[in-house]
Design a protein around this ligand. Sequence first.
Ligand code: NAD
Length: 297
Amino acid sequence: MTRSLGGAELATSIRNDASVAAAALAEIGVRPKLAVVQATDDESTAWYVRSIASAAKRTGILCDIVDLGAAASTEQIRSTLVELGHDPDVHGIILQTPLPDGTDLDALREAINPAKDVDGANPVSLGRLVARLPAFAPATAQAVIALLDHHGISPHGRTAAVVGRSTVVGSPVAHLLVQRNATVTVCHRHTTDLAAGTRDADILVVAVGIPGLITADHVADGAVVIDVGTTATADGRLLGDVDAAAVDGRADALTPVPGGVGPVTTALLLNHTVDAAATQYAQTRSDSLLAGFRSSV
Ligand code: NAD
């Protein structure tokens, strides 16, 4: 029987740590604040954003949902991101997708202040991650690694396959696994034989958005399978990319959808916001101490 690698316990522990750190910051007058920019009338996206806001509130983090509406232009979204980047009361910024058709997502990601880029969306953050420099990793990619750690599964010396190569999930997961000394194969929509790329992997991470794409043929006996995919159905269910019934008994462990990667992702976004607030506070303090020192010499 395949073990279920749930994310609820880990998410609670990350949120508790963030809550303690947020309370310590509040004592010195800093209220961590997250701004989520959305521009869609998609109800499942709006629901997801509201769930981040209520988790933030429970953790002692202020959260503004900046809803620009489904007709927002690239320029409107860009200027909002730039304004938030300059606002000293805002410590973390998330640009929620999907965005209106025709929006220049690449330009918008570049408009997020890297110091506040708590979901690692700016290419500067991804570049620093690849170069192994301090940066916020995309929260979902980091959640995959955090789940493996939490369940005592080490990628060191193991083979891993990642299905999906987006800049927000697949590519950063692959880099993080390499940094943990796994040997990684990346598969994507142009991979001609997907099963050949995945069926020997000790660890299989799937981030595509096609329910049931991964069946028993794609999974090695005893593999650990992390299902990042989430597809909302018309009747309100959330489906993963892995056919859980088909891989049951073959995989050693599988993350559930919902309740696996998702809650850990949200908890990490809050954790990053508190970290960003602490770093920005320390930076302001050192800037003002330096200014005082300069004016005294
Ligand atoms: P994306 O659309 O940007 O990327 C999808 C990737 O899948 C692409 O790299 C593409 O090449 C690959 N792909 C498409 N068809 C394929 C096929 N037949 N075989 C192999 N590869 C194929 O999506 P994304 O933003 O990376 O998200 C992927 C999934 O993860 C989605 O279901 C999304 O909803 C989910 N997601 C979940 C969380 C979470 O917190 N759980 C967070 C972000 C994204």
